[in-house]
Design a protein around this ligand. Structure first.
Ligand code: BYC
Length: 332
């Protein structure tokens, strides 16, 4: 995510904000959530629930759109026509995910323009992972395998999030993400089984993307200001640490199966927990990237702002066309 510092403001709904809510409606809302019924756009909801959803869904949408950049710049350099066609389709899918998610956020009363402005001005965040550079073709494998793999781990439980439009968007997104994860693993597997130089490239990409992928799940639970309320309102179904642990447990055997080494000397199977113990994440690095100090944060935002400016004529033409068509329909 970009330039916005982590802070406690606007995190938990303040007691005063919640006290302003109608207690009867609030109790009915909480009972619906507790019964696992979806909340729909026209249903009554507490303001803090609406705000939390707008924050999370719009950040999620921004991540999909900014996430097109690291892979997009490898489309012309993909090593074969097949790889190029697959990568093109994948990057296009990410654009589609962003659009479903912006549409889901719009049902909460925010506009696309407001969300885009928040991204471009640095008020809204997007995932830290997209502020790292893609140096070699092996990075495209690592992104699909690890970044999409982490995204699926986080997004599968979001199919049961309490807000209906977000949950339904996630169902389709998860299907596509699982194809993305497989295409990335297949690239990495091919490189790992290739020449010594190709295997070295695959290992180097794993070395650079492993820790940033673990950071995608967010701060540790005891330092995650939004988690408790989001879990209570069933916006989040599992905590950051639970999902991170599951990702490690699933991914380590995948690395071993293709002869790669996870770059963590503390990684060790824990018989009692039936899970891997793993080393300390560099949280200083995470918070620096959240503050906008990621290696390619400025390039990413400049690219988005330029794309938005360059696309102005398309938006204007589409609006002019819609106005003309509506005028014609009204005349008929
Ligand atoms: N990066 O209280 P917490 C993809 C922020 S893209 C930056 O735990 P929460 C793909 C967090 O926003 C898929 N910031 O927050 C696309 C909060 O700050 P604010 C991306 C982070 O919301 C292209 C503060 O830290 N997936 O698949 O309860 C190519 C405290 O955190 C990060 C999503 O967006 C981070 N990594 O939990 C390939 C999933 N982590 O907002 C692949 C949807 C935390 O209060 N989002 N922060 O100022 C979520 O599930 C949750 O929002 C999070 C954070 C788990 C990320």
């Amino acid at each position: 995510m970009y330039t916005t510092e982590l802070s406690d403001k606007n995190k938990k709904p303040s007691a005063a904000a919640m006290a302003n809510e109608d207690p009867v409606r609030l109790a009915a809302f909480e009972a619906r959530v507790a019964a696992d019924n979806f909340i729909e756009p026209k249903d009554w909801m507490p303001e803090a629930y609406r705000k939390t959803l707008i924050r999370q869904i719009s950040q999620h949408a921004h991540s999909e759109i900014v996430g097109m950049l690291p892979e997009g710049n490898w489309i012309t350099r993909a090593p074969s026509l097949r790889r190029k066609a697959v990568l093109l389709a994948k990057v296009q899918d990410e654009g589609g995910h962003g659009l479903y998610l912006y549409a889901a956020a719009e049902t909460l009363g925010t506009s696309r323009d407001e969300m885009i402005e928040a991204l471009h001005s640095g008020r809204a965040k997007y995932s830290t992972i997209f502020n790292y550079p893609t140096l070699t073709w092996a990075d495209i494998g690592a992104i699909g395998w690890l970044v999409d793999g982490a995204a699926i781990m986080n997004q599968v439980p979001l199919q049961r999030t309490s807000y209906g439009p977000y949950a339904r968007a996630m169902v389709r997104i998860c299907k596509e993400e699982s194809f993305h994860q497989r295409q990335g693993y297949e690239i990495t597997m091919t490189l790992a089984a290739g020449s010594p130089e190709q295997k070295r490239m695959a290992q180097d990409a794993l070395d650079r993307w492993w820790w940033p992928s673990l950071m995608m799940f967010g701060p540790p639970d005891d330092n995650s200001p939004n988690s408790a309320q989001s879990i209570r309102w069933r916006i989040k179904r599992e905590t950051n640490d639970q999902l991170r642990q599951r990702f490690v447990d699933v991914t380590v055997p995948q690395a071993e199966a293709i002869g790669l080494r996870v770059p963590d000397p503390a990684l060790k199977w824990n018989e009692a927990r039936e899970s891997y113990d793993f080393g300390e994440i560099d949280w200083e690095e995470f918070y620096a990237v959240v503050r906008g100090e990621g290696p390619v944060a400025k390039e990413r935002m400049n690219a988005r702002v330029k794309a938005w400016a360059d696309g102005a004529w398309v938006r204007e033409a589409a609006l002019a066309h819609a106005a003309k068509r509506n005028g014609r329909l009204a005349a008929e």
